[in-house]
Design a protein around this ligand. Sequence first.
Ligand SMILES: *[C@@H]1O[C@H](CO)[C@@H](O)[C@H](O)[C@H]1NC(C)=O
Ligand SMILES: *[C@@H]1O[C@H](CO)[C@@H](O)[C@H](O)[C@H]1NC(C)=O
Length: 337
Amino acid sequence: MAATKSVVTILVLVIFFFVYRVDTFKEKRRFYYEEGVIPSLSHCPGHYCGRTELQNGSWSTCGACERGLRRNDSSACVQCNDTPEFYDKLYLGFMGLLPLTFHLGCIDAAAKRRTFTKDVMALYASAILEVCVAAVVTLLITEPMGSFHIRSCKVRKLADWYPLLHNPNPNYEGPLHCTQEAVYPLYSMVFVFYTLCLLVMLVIRPVLSSKLLPGRGKSAIYSALYFFPALIVTHAVGAGLIYYSFPYMVIILSVISNAAHFAFQLDQSMPGLLLGCVRDVRNLVILLGHWGLHAYGIIAITQLKEGVLHGSLCALVPLPAFFYILTSRFTDPSNMS
Ligand SMILES: *[C@@H]1O[C@H](CO)[C@@H](O)[C@H](O)[C@H]1NC(C)=O
Ligand SMILES: *[C@@H]1O[C@H](CO)[C@@H](O)[C@H](O)[C@H]1NC(C)=O
């Protein structure tokens, strides 16, 4: 048995070795492309290098396309004229929901009250308003200016979010620098949005919270000053991964946070949990907020491609909450002893 296994392993290794050698022989062929300014269009190496048309009709040397342009299949830099798909819009919506939920959570934690009061409600309203204003302004200042439409380049694969990692190095003669925003403007507009959120917050909130929640309102602002830079860094590094995984992140995180919310209830009996949901406005709002997030995740995963079927999946939204309520009897830690 062991002998057969080692023979197979050696065979696999030998095959890999030869495949690798053949590959390196292929690589030794020189990669050919025209360098410098050329009269008629020809191919560029890499996925993101392109040629820009010059005023006298010739084509520039291979390099990064200008902002808002992306190379087409024949390596010419052409304008991005796609419109964002439904999924792209949901992605942008998710990037907007992130600071909003963080704001609401921080205000809730700072208020240290189990019920809503008018002052705290005003702070919630202020947070929602800030994010909305920032979102509207961001949409207005992205191309085409002054409208809610977005002119974009289609996202084709994960690498589009990280062109920096894909600078070609033809014939190992030094890399060509072709880093550009291939997913224009989905990457940059989120930075603009977060910066605007921060600015609008710093204008509106201090005045409001010093009037309404002096002392404790401050800590919600301080936490925002922490989480915005964290969000910006996360977006800078993880944008591509977030783009492809956000529907699952929404569902997983909202289910966890839903369970955590229930776990903090004092009365863990089934009727107590059920009554707690309806008797207390704050609990009801938190529950409905979670259901909204579950639904957002389901819509983003299915993209409602089969309208009725996928729409009806949204009926599953109350399931995690009911599952917690039904099973909380069995998961009580005191059962362990
Ligand atoms: C076009 O202009 C570029 C510089 O702008 C120059 O290098 C190139 O020779 C010109 N081509 C022709 C055909 O005049
Ligand atoms: C790319 O753009 C150039 C310039 O607009 C055009 O001549 C060429 O046909 C385009 N190639 C493809 C594959 O669309």
